[in-house]
Design a protein around this ligand. Structure first.
Ligand SMILES: NC(=O)c1ccc[n+]([C@@H]2O[C@H](COP(=O)([O-])OP(=O)(O)OC[C@H]3O[C@@H](n4cnc5c(N)ncnc54)[C@H](OP(=O)(O)O)[C@@H]3O)[C@@H](O)[C@H]2O)c1
Length: 257
């Protein structure tokens, strides 16, 4: 039976690579993006490699757009095996610089939209008795840093949602996986902003590595709750595990200032 995957935010970066990686694994892949004019490169690669990639419009912030896209997929394929909640962006600014409305905008894409999509695909996955939901969090879903508290809070919220969902979906054979990348190397802005963080820039990871981890995770017979991607992420999370809160804060301060 043909397996069907849906990935959000595939116009660039991790989403782009994940759509390709899933299609290369044989999934019929709906590569969704809010502006489908950005889908030409994916379409070109799909036709060159004979991959089953369907570029589909989906603005995750827009309830109608989400409902329409998911309905279209069900009408065409009657199933969804993998949903990768990848679309996201970073709102920079310290707590006092960012209005509550701006916080809400950040949460709309990085958190509420994911609830909306899970509510759309959940009933079908439960009826199928199978399915995997992959939520792209971040190392900052478990560690606070300065300068992007809205983004970091949205990823902390996503971690809590994902951990809870694992219990709710497990009896139905539906897996929930959290992916926690560290800094992704290709992003100019990230590189600039974190250039003060010595090790992070040196240890950045290409987006392809995140895509490969997602494929490996969904193929695992018993997927783990979390997959960390990148030496920087692994290093920070390991340090957090082994230190008291104060020791860890001091360790981060040494890295940051
Ligand atoms: N870059 C990193 O260092 C890093 C580290 C850890 C985790 N992550 C997470 O990885 C995920 C992918 O990020 P990335 O690094 O690949 O960045 P990216 O290249 O900027 O990709 C983000 C994608 O999300 C899409 N998007 C944003 N708002 C959307 C909306 N309302 N509806 C649909 N799509 C929307 C963007 O579409 P447009 O082209 O239309 O803007 C783009 O396709 C995010 O969740 C991010 O938080 C990134």
């Amino acid at each position: 039976m043909e397996k069907v995957a849906v990935v959000t935010g595939t116009s660039s970066g991790i989403g782009f690579e994940t759509a390709l990686a899933l299609a290369r694994e044989g999934y019929y892949t709906y590569a969704t993006m809010r502006d489908i004019t950005k889908g030409d490169k994916l379409k070109e690669l799909a036709s060159k490699e004979n991959l089953k990639i369907d570029v589909l419009e989906l603005d995750v912030d827009n309830e109608n757009s989400a409902k329409t896209a998911i309905k279209h997929i069900f009408d065409q394929k009657q199933r969804i095996d993998v949903l990768v909640n990848n679309a996201g962006w970073v709102l920079w600014g310290c707590v006092e610089d960012v209005s509550v409305n701006e916080f809400k905008t950040q949460f709309e894409t990085n958190f509420f939209s994911i609830i909306r999509l899970i509510q759309e695909v959940g009933p079908t996955m439960r009826n199928q008795g199978s399915g995997t939901i992959v939520n792209i969090s971040s190392v900052v879903g478990r560690i606070g840093f300065p300068a992007s508290p809205a983004y970091i809070s949205s990823k902390f919220a996503l971690e809590g949602l994902s951990e809870s969902l694992r219990f709710e979906f497990a009896p139905f054979g539906v897996d929930v996986i959290i992916i926690e990348p560290g800094v992704i190397k290709y992003k100019d802005i990230t590189t600039k902003v974190v250039s003060g963080v010595k090790m992070m820039t040196e240890m950045g990871t290409p987006p392809k590595e995140v895509a490969n981890t997602i494929v490996k995770a969904i193929k695992d017979e018993k997927p783990l709750p979390r997959y960390i991607v990148g030496n920087d992420a692994a290093m920070f999370l390991e340090a957090k595990k082994n230190k008291t809160d104060i020791e860890f804060e001091n360790y981060l301060k040494k890295e940051l200032y």
